[in-house]
Design a protein around this ligand. Sequence first.
Ligand code: GLN
Length: 304
Amino acid sequence: MDYGQIIDKVYTACLPFANEGRQADYIPMLAEVDAKQFGLCLLTLDGNVYEQGNTRTRFSLQSISKVFALAMCLSQEADRLWQRMGKEPSGNAFNSLVQLEYEHGIPRNPFINAGAIVMADVLLSTLSRPEEQFLTFVRSLSGSSTVGFNRRVAQSEQSCGYLNAAIANLLKYHGNIRGDITRVLEFYFLMCSVEMSCHELAHAFLPFANHRQPFNYGGVSLTSSQVKRINAIMQTCGFYDEAGEFSYRVGLPGKSGVGGGIAAIHPLHYAVATWSPRLNIKGNSVMGMKALELLTSETEESIF
Ligand code: GLN
C-alpha cells in the first residue's frame, strides 16, 4: 500500500473545505488559534511516517485526552470502572446532561464530558500524584518528553465552564463523585488542555493499533483485551452524536476533540492523526472527518 501517495492525494482533496465550519470559541483561548491550519500524519506499525501540512504544530487535544484517561482508569480499576459509567453511545452532544438525570448520575460512556469528569474523580482518588502521573503516561505514549498541559487553556475553560460545573454538581448529587467538585473539574480541564502535534498524537495512538504487543507506558499497563475494548468504545462513542456517521463514513475507531484534532487507528496497520480547528455542528473537525473518509476510501481498508 502506497500510503505516502494516498496521504498527499487526501491532503490536496481536503483543501477546498478549508473554510467550512467554525472553530470552538466557548473556550476563549481556542478562539485565538489560526483556523487555517491543517495537518495529516499517518504512522504504520512497521515504523513508516507519512505526513502533510501542519503536522508538527501542537494543538489542544481536548476530548481526545479522554482516551488516555480511560486507559489509566482501566489499568487502575479494571472492570470496577463500569459500576460508575456505561459503555453505550449517548446519541447526545458531548456536554449534554439530560441523560444524567434519568440515569441517576451514571454517565452513558467515558467519552462524554460527564463520563470523563467521573474518570477525573477516579484518578484523583486512586493516584498519589495524578497530574504528574498523567503527564508521564502521555509523554511515554507520544514519545516526547516535552508534551505538557497548557494551564492557560485549562484556566480559560474553567473561567467559563458553567455547563461542566452543572454536570459535576449533578454527578455529586447522585453520589458519583467522591472528591471535591472544584478539584475534580480542575483536573478534568487540565487533562483536556494537553497539547500534541499530529505527529505526536499518531505516535500516542499507535499502541492502541498494536494490541498484540504488551501495553506498558509510563507506569500504565493494559491487557490486550483491555486495549481492544478501548478501541471498541472509540468505535461506538468516539464522536458523540456523530459516532454512527463516523463509523459509516470512515470505519475506524477514533476520537475527536473540540481543538479540531481527530486520532484514529486501523488495528494492526496504522494510527493516523488530523488537525484542523474548524468544526461541524456536532463539534468534530470538518477537514479531519473528510480526510479520514477519503483515506479509508482510497486505501479500500477499514475495520469492515
Ligand atoms: N474540554 C472540553 C469540554 O469539556 C472537551 C470537549 C470536547 O473536546 N468535545 O467541553
